[in-house]
Design a protein. Structure first.
Length: 211
């Protein structure tokens, strides 16, 4: 039985965007297992959307995917994966357009992923601002064509849908999402808090030496 908690507009968006969100997460992580999990987490956030959230479905979905992938990237601090393994995962060759894209920094790959998903300029601007929109407009069409040919496992959207509904039947997804958002907020704030602590000790040392 379908949970009443789940956003009523989830199913058509999931059917339309499941493959693209998976490709987006794969492009940012270059890791198949991570892409599966982050795509799933992105749709959990859409499924648990609040009525007062005025963002469009695609904006909310890809904003969630961006945030989750960025958190994964900064938290894992993984070493660069072997180039050959990455090429095999994406089915590309040394020096072709997609391989060159895969070597680009994280923000450039994020811009390419948003463009690959055929989001409008206005949607990209809402998700990541004008700078990201500008990056997205300069992505190689050849790289995008190759990226769109990378396919998730068979029946991926159906399997993803089952996972989302199963999670809602087992847990309070909205509460879990809130806790994770708080954790990611603390992670974002940690460098600034550390800087404030250093400044405080620096000021204290200066004060003691001069008074």
């Amino acid at each position: 039985m379908r949970s009443k908690e789940i956003y009523s507009g989830l199913d058509p968006v999931l059917k339309e965007q499941a493959d693209n969100v998976w490709r987006f997460c794969l492009l940012l992580t270059r890791d198949g297992a991570a892409a599966d999990e982050l795509c799933f987490q992105s749709f959990l956030r859409l499924a648990a959307r609040r009525p007062e959230d005025g963002r469009g479905d695609r904006v909310l979905l890809y904003a969630s995917a961006c945030r989750l992938c960025q958190d994964w990237f900064s938290r894992k601090l993984r070493k660069r994966q072997p180039a050959e393994a990455v090429r095999q995962r994406f089915g590309c060759q040394p020096g072709d357009a997609l391989e060159l894209l895969l070597r680009k920094p994280f923000p450039d790959r994020m811009a390419a992923g948003l463009r690959m998903a055929e989001l409008t300029d206005a949607e990209i601007r809402k998700i990541r601002g004008n700078r990201m929109r500008g990056k997205a407009s300069r992505v190689s069409e050849a790289a995008l064509t190759q990226l769109r040919s990378v396919s998730p496992p068979a029946d991926y959207a159906e399997q993803l849908s089952d996972r989302v509904y199963d999670r809602f039947s087992e847990r309070s997804v909205g509460f879990e999402n809130t806790l994770q958002a708080i954790r990611m907020g603390f992670a974002d704030a940690a460098p600034w808090l550390a800087l404030l602590v250093l400044l405080f000790f620096g000021f204290s040392l200066w004060y003691v030496q001069n008074h």
